[in-house]
Design a protein around this ligand. Structure first.
Ligand code: NDP
Length: 445
């Protein structure tokens, strides 16, 4: 197998899916050598079977807005691979959602879930519905309308959705409520539920906290044991970004930026606990914009900008795919960044990744660094199946252990002859070998 042959063929078959091709390319380039050491993989065309999703469900969603007009959106579920467990992955509600973006996310999710050490396959879903500016009642009606179709494709041992961009606790609760009503059972099926009805403690925090646990594992390899004295740029101001900031503060780091899709704020004094509480409230209660932070605290706001040209030692992209390009990466390196750890999925472009790795800074790809979210989702599934709830400390301890384990797998498979750890290669090879072995054992399906 050569990466280029597979990519050329995928491009021919799926010509309008750049994000999907980008994600596949990144993985194949790093596993090519290992794959070619196993002729038995090639004999059963394992690579194509791993790149192309098992199943894509797409459907129309009709719902009624507050003015009584009927609106139409698309709904999707991409069930990518279930070799190691039930399909598992979030739902994204954003105007940009399309098959290419969901296929890239489902593909990545398959590898990420393999790294968690828990038995979960990979999936992703969502809709081009934009929650922005919608009333609570509209959100509820949309979620219910979507579930009228989706419920028959998911289930506690079949496919377990969760949140992602535009889908937080509120949306998961509406979708799960409708699922229960239609399926007439109470077995979990969604993760990220409220703690009152089967949700796990620490699930909202898990992706952000997990990213910092992973970062600390990387920094420890360079003799750094806390974040005091580190200046941190974070993008986004949603679920992942806010809990990432919370953990940075707990470890005495200084967060100087956060953003949303309209722009970013730069606060040279640092976003302290009180200011972060304001952001939580702004985003979750008032559904406001990050610009309002600058108005309240009198700091700089850059409309339409991204934070990567501000001077920092640690960068944590936590908003969306391809939000950090080659120029941004060069600016970060020139400004002395020592570590980049991805809370978002595929936020750095291939050119940016190359810049980080050439500069030999610590660079962790999302599929390793942000796997804490789905890991605690896996723990939520376990708690639901056992009909019990673990304490906050128990879940947090398991999360730390899992992130340490993922880090160890990356070091094992990614350490280069000069000692530099290529976390991309490490994560991809570790995950690929696990999924490949499971697929081989189960025959041609
Ligand atoms: P949220 O919807 O809670 O927050 C997303 C944030 O990113 C918002 O601040 C949003 O701004 C911003 N954003 C979204 N799209 C863009 C864009 N095109 N350009 C600039 N900013 C944008 O989502 P999450 O925090 O859950 O997800 C963030 C990232 O983390 C995603 O890549 C997701 O796939 C990944 N992830 C999430 C996990 C989870 O557990 N939630 C698990 C693992 C990964 P605005 O409000 O203006 O839209």
């Amino acid at each position: 197998m050569t990466t280029q042959t597979v990519i050329d063929e995928l491009q021919r078959r799926f010509p309008n899916e750049p994000e999907y091709i980008q994600a596949v390319h990144e993985v194949l380039a790093s596993i090519e050598d290992v794959y070619n050491q196993h002729p038995e993989f090639e004999r059963v065309n394992l690579i194509e079977r791993l790149c192309i999703p098992d199943r894509i469900v797409s459907f129309r969603v009709n719902w009624v807005d507050d003015q009584g007009r009927v609106q139409t959106n698309m709904g999707y579920r991409i069930q990518h691979n279930n070799a190691i467990g039930p399909y598992k992955g979030g739902m994204r509600f954003h105007a940009s959602v399309c098959p290419s973006i969901l296929k890239f996310l489902a593909f990545e999710q398959t590898f990420k879930n393999a790294l968690t050490t828990l038995p979960m396959g990979g999936a992703k879903g969502g809709s081009d519905f934009s929650p922005r500016g919608k009333s609570n009642a509209e959100i509820m009606r949309f979620c219910q309308a979507l579930m009228l179709e989706l419920w028959r494709h998911v289930g506690p041992d079949t496919d377990v959705p969760a949140g992602d961009i535009g889908v937080g606790g509120r949306e998961v609760a509406y979708m799960y409520g409708m699922y229960k009503k239609l399926a007439r059972e109470n077995t979990g099926t969604f993760t990220g539920k409220g703690v009152e009805f089967g949700g796990s403690l620490i699930r909202p925090e898990a992706t952000g906290y997990g990213n910092i646990y992973f970062l600390m594992n990387m920094l420890q390899s360079r003799g750094i044991t806390d974040l005091q004295g580190q200046t941190v740029c974070i993008s986004g101001s949603g679920n992942v970004a806010t809990y990432t900031a919370e953990k940075v503060l707990q470890l005495r780091g200084k967060v100087i930026t956060m953003s949303d899709s309209d722009g970013y704020i730069y606060d040279p004094d640092g976003i302290d606990r009180e200011k972060l509480d304001y952001i939580f409230e702004l985003k979750n209660v008032y559904r406001g914009r990050i610009r309002e932070y600058a108005e309240k605290y009198g700091c700089k706001y850059v409309a339409g900008g991204r934070p990567w040209h501000e001077k920092c030692t640690i960068a944590l992209p936590s908003a969306t795919q391809n939000e950090l390009n080659g120029d941004d990466a060069r600016a970060l390196v020139a400004n002395g960044v020592i570590a980049v750890s991805e809370g978002a999925n595929m936020p750095s472009t291939p050119e940016a990744v190359k810049v980080f790795q050439t500069a030999k800074i610590l660079y962790a790809p999302g599929k390793a660094a942000n796997a804490g979210g789905v890991s605690v989702s896996g723990l939520e599934m376990t708690q639901n199946a056992m009909h019990l709830s673990w304490s906050k400390d128990e879940v947090d301890a398991k999360l730390r252990e899992i992130m340490g384990n993922i880090h160890a797998q990356c070091v094992r498979y990614g350490t280069q002859p000069d000692g530099y750890v290529d976390y991309v290669k490490g994560a991809n090879i570790a995950a690929f070998m696990k999924v490949a072995k499971a697929m081989m054992a189960q025959g041609v399906l």
